[in-house]
Design a protein around this ligand. Sequence first.
Ligand code: BTN
Length: 241
Amino acid sequence: MRITYYHFRSVDSTNSWAKRRKNEFSLDEFAVISSDEQTQGRGRFKRSWHSPLSKSLNLTFAFFDRGLPPFFFSQLAALALLQVLHTENIAAKLKWPNDILVQGKKIAGILTEVESSDPNQLIILGIGLNVNMAEADLAHIPKATTSMLIETGKNHVIQHIQDMLVKKFISFYEEAKKTNVDSFQEMWHEKISWMLSKEIDIQQQEKMIHGKIIQLEKNGTLILLLDNGTTHTLLSGDIIL
Ligand code: BTN
């Protein structure tokens, strides 16, 4: 694997940049794309993602893979994020499917996109981590949000956090490719299992569904028991706990 780095002071979105450049990546390349700011950062469900200059880590990995399901890469990224945050003494937790929270507040998110060109798929895996954002930088975000600065009371060197995350993700990916997909999925499953039996609300095509989580599978599938006694299977969504 050949690691290449692309860094910008400002870009619309590191994921969008990688998408536009999809025909220029080579098959053996693992591209690490970062930017000090994003002017049109994107989150899941077409939401915007706030990335003010030099306060957040805005990172995209772009690489070709054949075979592994795209969701697996989000799981690997979530595990890598958890380890990096734990190294920095931040008690981060995983929320289904792959949000990273600290005491119920979101600190990081993952947006994995795929550009297909058979038999290889180009994985575009975006990671946004709130590093040096103060309360005022987060005030306009409608959901409960936090940052490494707020949690620890100190500023962090974004490049250092990025280096740790890149190293961790690549080592997980190389190990997974050798044999170990299952053990990473189990690790992910263990981190998410605190959500079992929780009553949740989830937005599904214009309507809210309420139910109890009765099953969480290591491939990411979530099964809800609804009030009318039927079950509902989900592969993605935005949960309100
Ligand atoms: C989410 O909704 O939780 C996912 C947020 C993902 C944000 C990151 S920041 C780097 C990359 N570029 C983007 O435009 N989005 C992702």
